[in-house]
Ligand binder design. Sequence first.
Ligand code: F6R
Length: 238
Amino acid sequence: MRIIIDTPEKIAEMAALRYVELLSQKPNAILGLATGSTPIGLYKELVKLNREGKLSFKDATTFNLDEYVGLEPTHDQSYRYFMNENLLSHVDVPTEKTHVPSGIDLTKAASYDSEIAAAGGIDLQLLGIGNNGHIGFNEPGTPIGSTTHLVELTQSTREANARFFGSIDDVPTQAVTMGIKTVMNAKSIILIALGKGKAETIKNTLQGEVTPEVPASILQLHPDVEVYLDHEAASLLD
Ligand code: F6R
């Protein structure tokens, strides 16, 4: 595991270079993507580099981590909408090669892992981390062998995400998420954490025991993980 501590701006630039490198070596790479506030700087950088002709997604395939249950792709808080707004509609990736779990047809969750495998498996999975250590929407206690599945969101996750909705009552109570095993199957992983609110969970994730109670701690067992932290998120590390 490699830990890089820098400013959010530098992190976005450095993480973007990983994509430049990967897509130049393997133009048809399979990318695992995340939503939330954390990757927005990176996505801006990817859009810029794509516009400047420095990287192309034209042969790439994307699979997102998760989606809220009950939100249509056109709902402005759905993760499909987020991805289109922040990245996918602004780069040259063919829409049909972009995948976000369906929050409407829940029967599709069962085949999400096999779709990923059929595409060749994820080359680079991007992750943010929840205040409670969740990755994707794998909340504390999620079994390490889990594949894409339906989850009940915890109160703390719904509270954390209420900032994007009118009120907490509007935050869906369920989501579909890649499982821990789905994430761990990725060949390489980038985890980004920004801000003081993530400091404690980052300490537990990187320097605590590996336990399902801190889902991201399993990343200690993955052979190729790069963790990008700003100074605040890194502030409690030894
Ligand atoms: C989003 C996701 C979540 C977020 C996490 C952090 O697709 O899977 O695990 O990465 O909740 O969210 P932010 O970045 O908003 O702090």
